[in-house]
Design a protein around this ligand. Sequence first.
Ligand code: AVJ
Length: 313
Amino acid sequence: MNTTFEKDVIAGLTAPEKQLSSKYLYDANGSRIFQEIMNMPDYYLTNSEFEILALQAKQIVEACGFNKPFNIVELGAGDGFKTFKLLEHLVAENVAFNYMPIDISKDALDMLSKSLSNRLPGLSIKPQVGDYFEILAEMSETATPSLLLFLGSNIGNYLKEDALDLLKLFNSTMKTGDKLLIGMDLKKNPITIKNAYDDKDGITKRFNINLLIRMNRELEADFKLDDFDFYCYYNPETGRVKSYLVSLKQQSVLFKKLNKTIHFKQNELIWTELSKKYSLPEIEKLAAISGFEIKEHFLDCKHFFTDSLWEKP
Ligand code: AVJ
């Protein structure tokens, strides 16, 4: 039987317009390269969201308006670097809450729990290893109010319909009065956006080429890394950054493990990622269609990014 990765690769590379899901960019190496991306000065998203959580933690928590102990549930916690500021504020104010980071990677959660319990000894942390929705479904059984965190513009990776489905699914697991704090990157000067993804140092290129390395290793493929390049563009009309690998010549790649050969034409593309940028009216529409009421948008001082607080009515 083929794994999901194998099935997705076959389907994606035999489609008329080749594509691979961006979730496959994050193997151990890819996650490390993504850390490098987050440290690039031109990748403004990191600093913008950090500023929001550092300077407006108090306002965000007040806007939640919980008057009893609550859970902060973080979906795809990553390294928890940004969330730290929010947690730090709550611990300093003696607010009663549990922090429940959810991730499919037990290693990532172990690392996060360790570093957080060192830096914030007063924090009650309950890591949850597993699938988002199973854990969210379990939590909807309890009477404790929840604040869901879906930060970092992760929603930007989803196509419109998929984003809606995901938000509706969040909504269906939430109780009346529960909140969702969702990080979204805003439309802005297109040059600023282009520079965040098309970096001069080629870190984002390495992030994408790593997907070929991953297929070489896990699927016994024979991609020649020098025969592919990286291309991305931002379309300010649609708000979409689209990223691609480009085949620099006509070539065939053998996937030994799958007993399959894939042909590439010269300049043929593999679409690897969507990074959608929103306007505030678009965000308001998305919230309404997925059954939420917007409490407040928390923007950074440059108005590059929003952490928007939504309520389940
Ligand atoms: C982690 C999905 C938010 O789309 O901005 C960064 C990933 N890709 N540079 C994004 C990414 C290229 C990132 N997200």
